[in-house]
Design a protein. Structure first.
Length: 286
């Protein structure tokens, strides 16, 4: 039977020599092979296209964010600059300065008392004074000198620090014990840095303005200070006698704000003429 089919198949090929026709079994096998080859090529092509799309998605750059151009800074004529100075007072009996027990850490030496409200003969220390409004269309160079905070006797010196955005706040540890410097920022990033005995300085830089940013030590819960960051150099912190001064302001109308860590804010509107030495005072109550 097989030999007969083979003869019939070959006889058909001889009869149609101009267009040879494969036998049916061979045709089916060829079709299956072609389909399998095409399926494999199509799968490979699909894989290549998928990988290419993924590669393009990874390497393509997102559109650059649009930024608004700021007005150019107006130069300040030093021959016309004015100044503001004053006294911050406290009315009523001053609060008692609570003694702080530091005996749980032998590395904390000396006497330590609460610094929340420091009053000396009716004058209030550690009030941050700054220009809040009136400088919006100006920009100022960032100081290269860091503002230094020293940790001595398990206390922060100063208790209230002030600096510009982009300026460095530097922490030094002079104690014979370690500290955890924990910034509880609202507008900037929080941080929590460990600084052991003899460690190098720890630096922080703030990109955004922030008023009364609390900084604590996780190892010594009584250690607290405040950093104030503004985008210009027109600020001050009142001294032990309640005094402050701000120099180099261009003539104009300003909003001056006095901020205390516990007692809140006071606001003063002031207009400065060229070369004027103006006075602006504030009073706080318990």
């Amino acid at each position: 039977m097989n030999r007969k089919l083979s003869r019939n198949c070959h006889s058909e090929q001889r009869e149609e020599s101009l267009s040879p026709v494969p036998c049916r079994g061979n045709r089916d096998a060829s079709l299956r092979s072609a389909r399998q080859s095409w399926s494999a090529k199509r799968a490979a092509l699909t894989l290549v296209l998928t990988l290419l799309a993924a590669l393009l998605a990874c390497t393509s750059k997102p559109p650059a964010p649009t930024t608004q151009l700021q007005a150019p800074a107006t130069p300040i004529d030093p021959a016309t600059t004015a100044s503001i100075s004053g006294i911050v007072t406290f009315t009523g009996p001053p609060p008692d300065l609570r003694a702080i027990d530091m005996s749980n850490d032998p590395g904390c030496h000396g006497q330590n008392r609460a610094e929340t409200v420091l009053v000396n003969n009716g004058k209030l220390a550690n009030v941050f004074v700054y220009v809040k409004e009136g400088l919006e269309n100006r920009s100022f160079p960032v100081p290269t000198k860091p503002v230094t905070v020293e940790q001595t006797g398990c206390r922060y010196f100063p208790h209230v620090a002030a600096l510009q955005t982009g300026q460095t706040l530097r922490f030094l540890n002079h104690d014979t014990t370690s500290h955890n410097i924990h910034g509880l920022a609202r507008s900037n990033d929080d941080w929590n840095d460990f600084q052991s005995v003899g460690d190098p300085p720890l630096d922080r830089v703030f990109a955004k303005p922030e008023i009364m940013l609390p900084i604590k030590c996780n190892q010594h819960p009584w250690m607290t200070m405040y950093a104030n960051i503004v985008p210009h150099p027109f600020f001050a912190v009142t001294a032990a006698d309640g005094s402050y001064s701000i120099h180099g302001l261009p003539p104009g109308d300003y909003t001056l704000v006095f901020v205390h860590e516990k007692l809140g804010e006071r606001t003063v509107k002031i207009s400065l003429q060229p070369r004027q030495q103006a006075a602006a005072n504030a009073t706080f109550q318990p």
